[in-house]
Design a protein around this ligand. Structure first.
Ligand SMILES: [Zn+2]
Length: 292
């Protein structure tokens, strides 16, 4: 088989058929984006944004987004963002970034973020870091991530991200859907994930569970995250964090993140951010009762 790794988002789009549902969604988003105002962006809050990839044809959009967001926001590290919510003191609009799954093009994202004094936590699957077997990579992308074949970071590159001032976090060994596994299997995986990252990166307090919706997680999974060394837990449920002066225990904090694809229209990206900012409540800081 010829080895080919995707390098352009336009090629990702070519592989995904444009559906009627997708076209309607795009039109609806454009209409909603036209109605939303920047006012919500002034709201003091901690806003976690997350991406998966920064392909070559998405680099300029990341720069444009950083320029746009810097007008209203202070960029802080993931750890600082967590601390602000835990202390109950959020006095200004803050943004921090993260990126999941450990694609090699995260290096480019890291460079661009650093240039704008922005910071990210990169959530990686240690079982895929440094993987060079093309068939294994293709299978992981296709079967587990439902994505075209892309290159992954190696451990040297993960160290480079840290040297640039970014953070590394856990995302299970091989992108496990935690909701489908027993407590024993989850504990074994999270133990290996934490220990592997500890060996290569030093302590990594942050964890984001794969797939990210609440139904991809479980009570036993949540307990296992904290039992195996991690001290924070992130979802991919949309929302921003505001506080009312009350401190929160780290294990009680449910981090919400707004997913962004840099290949989207800027107006659509800004719609999601503005909408989450406008709707932020202190209830967003806690896990739903189904996970407690
Ligand atoms: Zn993921």
């Amino acid at each position: 088989m010829t080895e080919h790794f995707i390098e352009y988002y336009s090629d990702v789009k070519k592989q995904k058929k444009t559906t009627v549902k997708g076209a309607v969604r795009s039109l609806a988003l454009s209409a909603l984006a036209a109605l939303s105002s920047d006012k919500a962006l002034l709201k003091p809050r901690v806003h976690f944004l997350y991406i998966h990839h920064t392909f070559r044809d998405e680099e300029a959009q990341l720069e444009a987004l950083l320029k746009r967001l810097s007008q209203h926001h202070t960029f802080i590290s993931y750890s600082e963002a967590v601390q602000k919510i835990l202390s109950g003191q959020v006095d200004r609009p803050y943004i921090t970034f993260s990126s999941d799954d450990g694609f090699k093009n995260n290096l480019k994202a890291a460079e661009i973020l650093s240039r704008y004094n922005a910071s990210a936590c990169f959530f990686v699957n240690p079982g895929m870091i440094g993987e060079t077997d093309y068939n294994k990579i293709r299978k992981h992308c296709n079967d587990t991530l439902k994505f075209p074949t892309v290159e992954f970071l190696n451990w040297n590159e993960v160290s480079k991200l840290q040297e640039m001032g970014h953070e590394i976090g856990g995302h299970t060994m091989m992108h496990m859907n935690i909701a489908e596994h027993t407590a024993d299997a989850i504990n074994a995986d999270l133990h290996n994930t934490y220990q592997s990252l500890l060996k290569h990166c030093g302590p990594t307090p942050h964890f984001a569970f794969p797939y990210g919706r609440f139904f991809h997680f479980s009570r036993v999974g949540r307990k296992a995250v904290f039992d195996n060394g991690f001290t924070t837990c992130a979802t991919a449920e949309r929302g921003a964090h505001i506080t009312n002066g009350t401190t929160i225990a780290a294990a009680d904090l449910c981090i919400r993140r707004d997913h962004i694809v840099l290949g989207w229209d800027m107006s659509h990206i800004m719609y999601f951010i503005t909408n989450s900012a406008a709707k932020a409540t202190t209830a967003n800081n806690y896990f739903p009762s189904s996970l407690i």
